[in-house]
Ligand binder design. Structure first.
Ligand SMILES: [Zn+2]
Ligand SMILES: [Zn+2]
Length: 149
């Protein structure tokens, strides 16, 4: 039997493939924890990056945080989620175009990320009648009217 070259080759072949198979299995076992450890890590990293770009905030009036304005008729707070949307009072019939924003009293800006009331202000009170920046002290989201650099 050992003298039969084909039998030997076959024996070696199956032993060899069995060895490769077990090496593959071992390699897979070794790499598996690495891979699973890698995955969430990478995910966490990229989600942190996404988080940062979102948190670092937005610039420009179209990306302004949701604003609450005082209705000139009934005095209730009107939420204007988007700066391009009509200012539509929920309690009376007042509906104003977005351009009328500056005529109304701004009650609050709401953080688009965590819904906290934001601190806001102007950088050039004599030139702008709208808030130029807003910061959320809860999640650090920051909005700027425009780039200041
Ligand atoms: Zn109203
Ligand atoms: Zn926030």
């Amino acid at each position: 039997m050992a003298g039969d070259p084909r039998g030997l080759a076959a024996a070696l072949g199956s032993a060899g493939s069995r060895l490769i198979a077990s090496l593959r299995w071992l390699l897979a076992r070794l790499l598996a924890p690495l891979r699973t450890g890698d995955g969430p890590n990478k995910f966490r990293l990229s989600s942190v990056e996404t988080h940062t770009t979102t948190i670092d905030g937005d610039t420009g009036w179209p990306y302004r945080p949701p604003a609450t304005l005082r209705c000139p008729e009934c005095g209730s707070g009107i939420l204007q989620p988007d700066s391009r949307e009509d200012i539509d009072c929920p309690t009376c019939s007042v509906t104003l175009p977005p351009e009328r924003f500056t005529d109304l009293e701004l009650l609050a800006l709401t953080c688009p990320i965590c819904r906290t009331r934001m601190q806001h202000g102007r950088r050039h009170p004599e030139t702008f009648e709208v808030p130029e920046w807003a910061t959320c002290h809860n999640c650090q989201y920051h909005w700027e009217f425009k780039h200041f650099y």
